[in-house]
Every structure is written in structure tokens, then in C-alpha cells.
Design a protein around this ligand. Structure first.
Ligand SMILES: Cc1cc2nc3c(=O)[nH]c(=O)nc-3n(C[C@H](O)[C@H](O)[C@H](O)COP(=O)(O)OP(=O)(O)OC[C@H]3O[C@@H](n4cnc5c(N)ncnc54)[C@H](O)[C@@H]3O)c2cc1C
Length: 799
């Protein structure tokens, strides 16, 4: 029993004036001096002693019991995520050496025989891929891939009024080359991809174990707190399984705090009593866990396949338990000492002073973590967290020796995390571009092209922002796909730091435009990548829906780009990617329109090649369509939307682009003119009229649903589906998801294959993610089963 022989600890255990040594000595003295005392008295002393020993034994084993329970919970979470992790591992295994799986394809003469020989040659080379376990750890320079160029907002000319239209890194010759490059690349790409055979199979799709539970569809996404008022600060996005996990953990802690612990005052004939040591031990034992859940180099996250940002909620809960237990411990002893009149004597003792220091450090952490302090002074919150953790660990280790192992463990976890952060940090040159209409700053790092997975985020520091803001690190989701032209971040103006960044970008652009020098380049310290979808593999799903609100487009953009870019290698199973973006006004969407249009074009080209290739009998994978739907939510009824038409006019002299734009827009018109859209039946018309009368905003969705289902039920289903549309209303997610499920079921039904689920991601304001979650939850069970399950992933721009 490690506690028994420790005098300082025993002093705390036994209360103010008695130490373990004195008690033992007193007991021995009693038996020595009064050897002939009555049998009854001796028995009583022995019983009291036995009670004390039991109590101390129970206290000392409590941290071990707690850790056994943590380990059990962790193993449970790991078992739940294990099948997905194995699937990811399997899809990440490197290709065998003798199989040259280079994406470069030999262009053979266009004859049936030669194409067949290419097919046979490459058929043997196809590998399962898409797990990307080797990606997402460190940012790297990478190589520029030879594929269709996707303009980043930075390289797009003619759209943003005040932003710089020149690429500062390109010479004049390079600029000219850049103008003709898309035409050349497109031609080469067409030539190549005519003969291209996919080199990979999509990764296996594993249904999460929890989905097999009865009533799982209603249970897994139920968020009971979302109905409560926001001022209660209960996390509205907590789902029922998360609440159960937290509830179970709280019960475990109550058990650890009170099981066989005697809190009544000690007395001569009643055992130990006043067991306020237990709460101190329970708090101390959980410090390493709290740190492990909160740090960026997150070992627990690694075990359960979740990013650190998704574990922050558990970090907060465990942190609050530590604070509560420490408060009980500290307050009880202070009260006891005050009642006994020994407070000042004890407060002067080193162990009590170190204990007080540790507690004040904890109070500092707690106060600066309050939501309103964190929002108002995030920098202060971060500094106080660092100072507080160091103070807490040092103070506690010097308070009682039993705390030393826990403090060392906490410190090691913290140091490992700092080491991870340092190894993940890069210094890179960035181009800054202000988009005042959208209230955004684009930060492009052309020197970092790979090393992240779509959906991950980085933390950036910009020394050029001045001394006070220089070393604040701010998280931003990477808006570009890996292996492209660089890492792109889109930072919306939200407060001090982002405002300063915007001003810096604006100022340098103005100076440049006036020819007064200045540069819109800045040195950026980037740390990451972190987070992302974990073991959820977007390419393994049959349909993908990316929903974004405002600046939340960053996550959807990188996932969308990644899937579209990788589709030609055969790794993407999804037939459709629905990209739904809600913006307040058109100004916000304008800067990104060229990127979106280019992306839709790229998807469409590949779709056409696949469909044509299949018609010719070539082995082509499933085409992947990108359907971009932009919803402008604050559009006055009197002014029609001009997003697509203004682009068409803006780029009259840019031949290749205008052609592409027309292509897309005309395809939409063409579809409707040629009657590829099924005319709604009388029943559908009635439903539409009813929906319109109930909720005007559902009109567009209802019509969309009619059109999407028409695609699937039409005999001419082998047509490219990639489109871009702009709508002046809010979408109705219930109707949209329901019709997408119908579409997926009917498409796979035709192919006599089971669909492998729909992935829905949402990023943006809480109301948007909540509405999406509810729509996923509300979908009928038979539809969910029919389409292979529907999964929901949300991202919050806050902790
Ligand atoms: C994982 C993640 C990804 C994000 N991705 C994007 C993105 O792609 N585009 C985008 O525009 N915004 C994104 N954000 C939000 C962005 O980090 C904040 O808007 C920005 O840090 C605000 O800083 P500020 O000083 O200008 O505003 P402040 O007024 O200081 O803060 C505004 C809000 O941002 C929070 N915040 C401030 N500083 C930090 C920080 N260092 N770390 C975390 N939160 C902070 C505050 O709590 C507050 O709620 C993301 C946030 C997170 C957590």
C-alpha cells in the first residue's frame, strides 16, 4: 500500500493533527503501556485500526480502478472503430513492387486491339486504394501533377473588383503560358484519358458497428440538447451516444468519489471518517487523461480515429470533473482546519502551499476557459492554459508524493504534443488576397502542395500582423485538395486577428495596384494538418453530399475537389457528389464561381469520357458527377440572380472559358429542352403545390427532387449529370436527401448491386448543421437500408 508509509500524505489522510506514524505509534504505545487492558478495549482499537486501513486501501486503489474503467471505455471505442480502421489500412497498403501502377498511361494507336491490350495490361495492375493512411500527417512541398488545372481564387482573373489579378510569383512569360496552359492541358488530358483505364478500385465500405443496433437510425443522431435555450451553454450537437458515454463517465466518477468513503467526522470509536483525500486522488488521477484529450498531438484520437477537435468536448467534461473534485478536496480541508483553528498553521506548511498553488492554477484555467472569456480574448485563454497546466503539474507534484506519477504522465503527454506540433510546423511564403465583397482573405501557400487529407485544417501564425497578433495561432480548414497548386485557406473576417489579416491583404494590394511597391506576400508559420474525417473514407460511399454555409465551404471544396480529381484513377465509388452551398448574397459566391465551374467541367469531362468509353465497350469505372447547387438566401425577389450570366458576360474574350461556361449552362437548358427531365405527374404537381403553399422555400427543392429522380428513372440514364445551378431560396434538406436516396437505390437497383451508403457532411452555422442532421435522422428507415445507410459528419468552426 503506497499510501501507508508516507507521512505527509498520511497527515492529509488523517486530518489536521494526526499522522499515520503517530497513529501507529500511539496504537503500539497503548498496547505496550497497558498490556493488561480489557479485551473489549483492545478489540475496539483493532477494529478502528482495521477500518482505517481498509479506508486507506480503498482510497489508494481508486485511481487504478478509474484507469481500468478508462481503458475499458477506450477499448470499447476502439472496437467500434476497428473495422473501419482495418478497411482503411487495407486500402492504404502500398502497391506491390512488380506492379507498376503509375498513373501515367501509354498512349497507343487508337484501335480496338490496342485498347484491349492496354485494358488487359492494366487490369492485372488494379489495386484497392483510397485509404490514405500515409497522408494527413505532415505538410510537404510535393510535385505538381499533370492534370486539368483548377483555378484557385487567386489565379482567377476578372472577378474580384479590388483583388490583385496577377500572380506575383509568375514572370510575364509564365503568365502567357498560364493562359494557354489550360487549352494544352485539356487537349493532352482528353487524348490521354480516352485510353485511360482506372488503376485502382475504390476502398471497401464498412458500415459502422453502431448502425447494427436496434433503432440506431433514430438513436445515433438524436441531439436532445438542441431544443434547449442556447444560453444554457449545453453543447447542442451532442448526440445520444455521446451523452450516454458522458453520463456513464459521470456515474463512474461518482462511484470513485463515494464508494466506501466515510465523509462524516472521525471519532474515537469510528474508523477513519472525514475522507476528503479521495476527492483529491480522483482529481489527480484524471489530470493525464484531461491533457491527453485536449492536446493537438492526440494519442486517444489516434486510437479511436477522431481528430483532436472532436475530442475537445470530452476534454471539457473531464476537466470540469477535475475542477469539481479538487474544489471538494480543497474546500473540505480548509473548512476542517478553520473549525479546528489550525488553518494558519497548516496554510504555512509547504505541502498546503503547493496544493494551493496547484488549485489556483486550475482556477486560472477554468476562469479563462469560460465561453465568453474564450470568445473575447482567445489569446489570453491560450496563454493561461499553458501557464495553468505548468503550475498545476508542478504544484501537485510538490503537494503530495502520490501525485508525482500522474504529474509526470501529464507532463510527458504535454511534451509529446508540443514535439508533434513542432514537427508539424512549416514556415512558408503565402500570397494574401482580400475579397472585400465576401469579407474574406484568401491565403495561398504555393510551396506546400501535399501531405494533407481533404477536410483537414491547419493552424497559422502570421508575424507580419504586428507584435501582439504575430504569434496567435488560428485554425482554418484547408480549402484545396492535396496534390494541386498549393494549400489554400479562406479566412472570413470574424474578429481582431482576421480583420487585421484582411487589412494587411487590402493594403498590400492597393500599394501594388498604385505601383507604390509593397507585396501581398507574407511569411506564414503553418502547423498541421489536423482533424478531418478520420477513418471515414469518402471515396467508399455510393453518393456524397457536401453541405456548406458561407465560409464553411472550405471543407466541402477540398472534399469535392479531391473526389473529382481522383475519380479518373477509379478510386471513387460515388456516382454523384452533390455540393450544396448556401450564401447570404451573390457577392459572397462570386469569387469562387470560376473554381466551381472549372470543377464541374472537370467532372463533366470525365463523366462524358466514361460514358462514351463504356458505350464503346471499354473498361471504365463509374463516372462521378458533380452537381453544384448554390442557394442565395437573402436575394430580393425584385432582382434576379446574375451569378452565372455575369460570368458568361465577364469572360467574353477568354475563349476556352466561355466555351466551358456555355457548355455547362447550355447543358442544363439542353436537358430541359430535349425533355430529359420527366414531366411531373399530376400527383407530383399536387404535392409541389401543397409544399409551395406550406413553405415557399421548398419549391426549388421539390422541383430539384423531381429533376434528380427523373435522371434516375429516365431510360436515358447514361447522361452526364454534372451541373451548376443558382437558386434564390433555402433548400429543404428532408426532401433533397429523400430524393437522393431514391435516386441511389434505383441506380444501383438497375445495376443489381447493393449501394454502399450516402455520406452527408455539413460545415457552417450551427442552425445549418442541425437542420442537416435532423434531415438525415428523419429519413425513412427503409430508404436508409435501401441505400446502404446514411452517415453524417459535421464540422464546427469552434471548440
Ligand atoms: C477546426 C476549425 C476550422 C476552422 N476553419 C475556418 C475556415 O476555414 N474559415 C474561416 O473563416 N474560419 C474558420 N475557423 C474559425 C476561425 O478559426 C476563427 O474565425 C478565427 O480564429 C477568429 O479569430 P479572430 O481573432 O479574428 O476572432 P475573435 O473575435 O478572436 O474570435 C471569434 C471566434 O473565433 C474563436 N477563435 C478565436 N481565436 C481562435 C483560435 N486561435 N482557435 C480557435 N478558435 C478561435 C473564438 O472563440 C470566437 O468564437 C475554424 C475554426 C476551427 C476551430
Amino acid at each position: 500500500m503506497p499510501l501507508m508509509g508516507d507521512a505527509s500524505l498520511a497527515s492529509v489522510l488523517y486530518g489536521a493533527s494526526i499522522t499515520y506514524g503517530t497513529i501507529t505509534a500511539a496504537t503500539q504505545t497503548v498496547s505496550a503501556v497497558i498490556p493488561v487492558s480489557t479485551e473489549k478495549h483492545v478489540n475496539k482499537t483493532e477494529i478502528v485500526q482495521q477500518q482505517k486501513n481498509d479506508q486507506m486501501g480503498m482510497d489508494s486503489t481508486m485511481p487504478r480502478n478509474l484507469y481500468l474503467a478508462f481503458a475499458g471505455l477506450l477499448v470499447l471505442c476502439m472496437i467500434i472503430s476497428h473495422p473501419r480502421f482495418l478497411a482503411r489500412l487495407f486500402a492504404s497498403l502500398p502497391t506491390k513492387k512488380n506492379q507498376n501502377t503509375s498513373v501515367k498511361v501509354k498512349v497507343l494507336p487508337y484501335s480496338k486491339e490496342s485498347l484491349e491490350s492496354v485494358n488487359q495490361l492494366q487490369e492485372t495492375k488494379r489495386e484497392v486504394s483510397g485509404g490514405d493512411l500515409s497522408q494527413g500527417w505532415f505538410l510537404k512541398r510535393g510535385e505538381i501533377e499533370n492534370r486539368i488545372q483548377i483555378d484557385s481564387p487567386l489565379t482567377t482573373a476578372g472577378l474580384s473588383d479590388t483583388c490583385s489579378k496577377k500572380d506575383p510569383f509568375a514572370s510575364q512569360f509564365e503568365e502567357k503560358l498560364r493562359n494557354v496552359q489550360p487549352i494544352i492541358t485539356k487537349y493532352q488530358q482528353q487524348q490521354q484519358s480516352e485510353n485511360q483505364v482506372p488503376v485502382y478500385y475504390p476502398p471497401p465500405h464498412i458500415i459502422p458497428l453502431l448502425e447494427y443496433l436496434p433503432f440506431s437510425s433514430k438513436f445515433l443522431l438524436f441531439t436532445p440538447f438542441s431544443k434547449l435555450p442556447a444560453k444554457l451553454h449545453l453543447k447542442s450537437y451532442l448526440t445520444l451516444p455521446q451523452i450516454y458515454l458522458i453520463g456513464g463517465y459521470l456515474i463512474l466518477n461518482c462511484f470513485a468519489l463515494i464508494w466506501k468513503s466515510d465523509l462524516t467526522p472521525s471519532s474515537k470509536d469510528k474508523g477513519y471518517g472525514s475522507d476528503w483525500m479521495r476527492s483529491g486522488l480522483v482529481a489527480t488521477a484524471q489530470i493525464p487523461l484531461t491533457i491527453a484529450l485536449g492536446v493537438r498531438g492526440n494519442i486517444i484520437g489516434l486510437c479511436v480515429g477522431k481528430g483532436y477537435e472532436r475530442l475537445k468536448v470530452y476534454h471539457k467534461i473531464v476537466g470540469r470533473i477535475v475542477f469539481l473534485a479538487s474544489t471538494i478536496h480543497g474546500a473540505a480541508y480548509m473548512y476542517k482546519w478553520s473549525v479546528a483553528g489550525t488553518f494558519s498553521a497548516y496554510a504555512a506548511k509547504p505541502f498546503a502551499m503547493w496544493g494551493l498553488l496547484a488549485y489556483f492554477a486550475l482556477v486560472l484555467i477554468v476562469i479563462t476557459s469560460l465561453p465568453w472569456v474564450r470568445k473575447a480574448w482567445h489569446g489570453v485563454f491560450e496563454i493561461c492554459h499553458f501557464v495553468g497546466i505548468v503550475g498545476l503539474l508542478v504544484g501537485l507534484a510538490l503537494h503530495v508524493p502520490v501525485a508525482i506519477p500522474f504529474c509526470v504522465a501529464g507532463m510527458v503527454i504535454y511534451l509529446i504534443s508540443i514535439f508533434c506540433s513542432v514537427t508539424k510546423t512549416r514556415i512558408a511564403h503565402a500570397e494574401l488576397q482580400a475579397l472585400p465583397g465576401a469579407g474574406m482573405t484568401i491565403v495561398t501557400l504555393p510551396g506546400l502542395r501535399t501531405g494533407w487529407r481533404a477536410g483537414q485544417h491547419v493552424r497559422i501564425r502570421i508575424p507580419a500582423l504586428g507584435f501582439r497578433k504575430a504569434f496567435e495561432s488560428h485554425p482554418f480548414t484547408i480549402a484545396s485538395a492535396p496534390n494541386g497548386d498549393g494549400l489554400v485557406l479562406m479566412c472570413k473576417r470574424a474578429g481582431d486577428w482576421t480583420n487585421k489579416l484582411h487589412e494587411l491583404a487590402l493594403r498590400s494590394t492597393e500599394f501594388q495596384d498604385r505601383g507604390e511597391g509593397g507585396s501581398n506576400q507574407a511569411t506564414v508559420i503553418v502547423e498541421g494538418p489536423y482533424g478531418g474525417l478520420g477513418n471515414t473514407l469518402a471515396p467508399s460511399f455510393s453518393s456524397v453530399v457536401l453541405i456548406a454555409g458561407g465560409s464553411g465551404i472550405t471543407q466541402a471544396l477540398s472534399l469535392g475537389q479531391d473526389l473529382v480529381h481522383r475519380a479518373p484513377s477509379g478510386v471513387v465509388r460515388a456516382r454523384t457528389i452533390d455540393f450544396i452551398w448556401m450564401v447570404r448574397n451573390e457577392e459572397m459566391a462570386k469569387p469562387l464561381m470560376p473554381t466551381l465551374i472549372e470543377l464541374v467541367n472537370e467532372a463533366k469531362q470525365w463523366e462524358i469520357q466514361c460514358i462514351e468509353g463504356r458505350r464503346k465497350g471499354l473498361k471504365k469505372p463509374n463516372p462521378t458527377a458533380l452537381r453544384v447547387k448554390i442557394f442565395v438566401t437573402r436575394c430580393p425577389a425584385s432582382s434576379p440572380l446574375t451569378l452565372l450570366s455575369s460570368l458568361e458576360n465577364d469572360e467574353k474574350d477568354d475563349d476556352w472559358k466561355i466555351e466551358e461556361n456555355k457548355f455547362i449552362i447550355q447543358t442544363d437548358k439542353h436537358n430541359s429542352i430535349r425533355g430529359l427531365k420527366r414531366q411531373p405527374s399530376a400527383a407530383e404537381k399536387e404535392k409541389l403545390a401543397y409544399l409551395l403553399s406550406r413553405n415557399p422555400s421548398s419549391a426549388s427543392t421539390a422541383s430539384t427532387s423531381t429533376s434528380t429522380s427523373s435522371d434516375s428513372s429516365s431510360p436515358k440514364h447514361n447522361i452526364p449529370l454534372s451541373t451548376i445551378s443558382v437558386n434564390p431560396v433555402r433548400p429543404n434538406f428532408n426532401i433533397f436527401l429523400s430524393s437522393l436516396a431514391d435516386e441511389t437505390i434505383s441506380r444501383y437497383g438497375r445495376m443489381m448491386v447493393n449501394p454502399s451508403g450516402i455520406l452527408v457532411t455539413a460545415c457552417g452555422p450551427e442552425s445549418l448543421t442541425d437542420a442537416t442532421r435532423q434531415a438525415v435522422r428523419n429519413m425513412e428507415d427503409y430508404k436508409k437500408r435501401g441505400c446502404g445507410g446514411i452517415e453524417f459528419e459535421d464540422e464546427h468552426f469552434g471548440f
